[in-house]
Every structure is written in C-alpha cells, then in structure tokens.
Design a protein around this ligand. Structure first.
Ligand SMILES: *[C@@H]1O[C@H](CO)[C@@H](O)[C@H](O)[C@H]1NC(C)=O
Ligand SMILES: *[C@@H]1O[C@H](CO)[C@@H](O)[C@H](O)[C@H]1NC(C)=O
Ligand SMILES: *[C@@H]1O[C@H](CO)[C@@H](O)[C@H](O)[C@H]1NC(C)=O
Ligand SMILES: *[C@@H]1O[C@H](CO)[C@@H](O)[C@H](O)[C@H]1NC(C)=O
Ligand SMILES: *[C@@H]1O[C@H](CO)[C@@H](O)[C@H](O)[C@H]1NC(C)=O
Length: 337
C-alpha cells in the first residue's frame, strides 16, 4: 500500500468509527454547505429526568393526526412533510393537525412520548430538530435550532393542570458575527431570555440548554424556574418549570437543515433529502382547544396546538423576537415576561 492508500483506509476506518458511535446525521450535515460554525456551536439540551414527553419525529406528527377545521376532518390526499402546505388552501391557519385518539384519550397513545435520546444523545429514528439559517447579508448570521415534541404537558397550579397541548415547538437562536457566536435566545412559553454567548454554560464550545419538565421551555440554568402565565398574575412561585441534568440530547444529530431567504420567504434545504413544504404550513401542529372545559382564572387544562417555525420571527433586528432586547451577561433563574 502506498501512503495515500493507507491514509484512505485510515479515513474510512475513522468514518466507520464515527458513524457507528456519534453522529451519522451530523456527518451528513457537515458535508453540506451549512456554515460549519452552525454545527460547531450547536446547543446541547438536558431533558428533565422524569419527563415522559421526549423529542419526537416531525413527520410522525402528520402520520398520527388528521387535519380538522372547525372540528371536522377535511378531505385531502395522503399527507406528509412534502405536501403539508396544501392545507393552506383548505383552511389556512384554521387547520389543526388533530390526534386520531383525541387529546383527552386515556390512556394516552405512546406516540406522544417521543423518543428518548440514546447514549450518544441522538433521537434514533426520529428527526426531532430543524435548523434554519438566516444570513442578514452584513456578516450577521442567525441560526435557529427548532426542537419538536409531540406533546406539551402544562404546569400544575394548585392541583390543576394548565395548558396541555398536542405539538410543541421550542427553539434556541444563536446570533453569529463573522462566524463568532455573540448571543443566544432561549424560548420559554410566550417569550424567553437572551444571554451573551460568554454567559452560557458550555460543553466545549457548545452552549447548554435545560428543557422544562413537560413544557419544554428552554432555560440556561438547571433548577426550578418561576414563570408567569401571560394575561393574569399569580403569586410568585406558584407556577414552576423544573429542569435538571436528566438525559442529554444532541438535537443536530437527527435534524433537517435549511437556509431562509427573507425576500422571497423561501426555505432551501442544505440536502435534497430534507422535506421542505411542511415549513410553509400555516396551520397548527396539534388539536384545537377542547370545547366546554372548566375554566379557572380563564385557563383550561387543554389548550390549542401551536404553529410552526416560520411564525417564530425568523427575521429579527436583535437576538430577541421583539424590543426591548435585554441580553444578559450572566445567567439567572427568572424568565423575562
Ligand atoms: C415531571 O413530569 C412527569 C410527567 O411527564 C410527572 O410525572 C412528574 O411528576 C413531573 N415532575 C415534577 C417535579 O413536576
Ligand atoms: C367555522 O364555523 C363557524 C361557525 O359555524 C363559521 O363562522 C366559520 O366560518 C367556520 N370557519 C371555517 C374556517 O370554516
Ligand atoms: C394564510 O395565513 C397566512 C399566515 O398567517 C397569512 O399570511 C395569509 O394571508 C393567509 N392566507 C389567506 C388566503 O388568508
Ligand atoms: C358545549 O356546550 C354547549 C352548551 O351546553 C352545547 O350546546 C355544545 O354542543 C357543547 N359542545 C360540544 C362540542 O360538546
Ligand atoms: C446586520 O443587520 C442586522 C439586522 O439589521 C443588525 O441587527 C446587525 O447589527 C447588523 N450587523 C452588523 C455587523 O452590522
């Protein structure tokens, strides 16, 4: 063997070693034109130890649901992530991907539980993350890491659950200047928190997030987090998200990735194997709010499913989705509201 051949053998060996262990999707992603720093600095997420609701395959949500408008199933060809946007002509934002079993099925169907990441942090067989890269064109690049869960278990207040819903989109966003990370956004309920990159906890270069038990709000720090329900005031400490270092999830190991063009409002996949049209779907990723529920403080046990990534303010002036944007240079427990 000449030295080139032996180098090739060594490289193939390395590739096999890497693929059998850590990151097949990541290796594939790394061969695309996605900026390397978007992968190098991608967040790692600690899921809560006792959370029954893990990250879930985006496409499986379509498999386990039927589109409804006004609680009536609408007729469509078989739906998948490559044609989900046809629903825009059949009800647009009024379309709810409605679980076949019903949101109040008891026992709950197993698909709502998602997939627990393996020892390498990968949700095996479940693409549960979508990366969206938006280049401002002046050296500033925003990388959104969207996290998908099939179910959101709301918080319990005074023994009552609030805000359970099918479908749950959360995200981090990292703002880069010329490839260097500056600041991160952590989505939490209806808003979130921003921190400088330097302030975040890290594993190597990669910032850490903590996923709230059931709600999956993303925090920068482990422990209990007080938060408010928008629209009414409850005493401090009554509504709490729990986080801990339960199971480490490496979202980009099983992810789709796209660039976003704000002028044409189009998404371009970094690999042709990634489905695109689902990103244009204007409807909701879970059941509509159940009618005739008991209300306490105007809140109900079951709420409506959320809309998808395109509605999370992909074009932002600052790292926060709105102003004023306070970027904290240190980590705190309390969310902004
Ligand atoms: C976390 O959520 C699980 C259900 O997914 C629940 O059984 C458990 O009690 C919750 N833990 C805390 C501390 O709220
Ligand atoms: C839903 O039903 C209401 C009341 O029947 C009707 O006013 C509304 O237009 C319907 N919405 C859609 C999207 O069909
Ligand atoms: C469908 O919803 C989108 C997103 O809210 C909106 O921009 C668009 O105008 C709606 N289309 C129609 C025909 O109402
Ligand atoms: C909700 O309650 C109203 C009034 O009792 C009733 O007319 C209606 O059919 C109920 N809706 C559903 C979906 O059960
Ligand atoms: C690039 O544009 C964005 C959005 O207008 C702005 O927030 C950012 O500060 C600009 N970056 C630089 C390096 O000027």
């Amino acid at each position: 063997m000449n030295s080139l051949a032996s180098l090739m053998v060594a490289l193939v060996g390395l590739q096999v070693m890497l693929s059998s262990g850590t990151a097949i999707a990541q290796i594939v992603l790394a061969t695309t034109s996605i900026p390397t720093y978007v992968l190098d600095y991608a967040p790692l997420i600690w899921l809560y130890s006792q959370d029954a609701y893990r990250p879930s395959d985006i496409g499986q949500q379509v498999v386990h649901t039927l589109p409804e408008v006004n609680r009536t199933v609408i007729e469509t060809p078989p739906l998948n992530l490559n044609n989900l946007d046809i629903l825009n002509n059949l009800g647009n934002t009024s379309v709810y991907l409605t679980s076949k079993e019903g949101i109040n099925a008891d026992p709950q169907p197993a698909w709502l539980d998602g997939v627990t990441p393996n020892a390498q942090g990968k949700t095996e067989g479940a693409v549960s993350c979508a990366i969206v890269v938006y280049e401002h064109g002046n050296g500033t690049v925003d990388a959104f890491y969207f996290y998908f869960y099939a179910y959101n278990l709301g918080d319990t207040v005074l023994g009552m659950e609030f805000g359970d819903h099918v479908g749950d989109w959360e995200h981090n966003m990292i703002r880069f200047e010329n490839g260097t990370p500056q600041a991160l956004w952590y989505s939490q309920h209806s808003y979130g928190q921003a921190f400088t990159y330097d302030a975040t906890e890290k594993q190597g270069k990669r910032p850490i997030g903590y996923s709230g038990n059931g709600t999956h709000a993303v925090y920068s720090i482990a422990g209990d987090h007080d938060h408010t329900i928008p629209g009414f005031n409850l005493p401090e400490g009554l509504i709490v998200d729990h986080t801990d270092q339960g199971v480490l999830w490496d979202p980009i190991q099983s992810a789709y990735a796209y660039s976003y063009d704000a002028t044409t409002q189009t998404f371009t996949p970094y690999d042709t194997s990634y489905p695109v049209n689902w990103l244009y779907f204007n409807g909701q990723w879970g059941d509509d709010q159940l009618p005739n529920q008991t209300e306490i403080f105007g809140q109900t046990k079951y709420s409506a499913g959320p809309n998808g990534p395109k509605f999370k303010k992909l074009v932002r002036e600052e790292v926060c989705p709105s102003s004023p944007c306070i970027v904290l240079p240190f980590r705190t427990w309390k969310e902004e509201s």
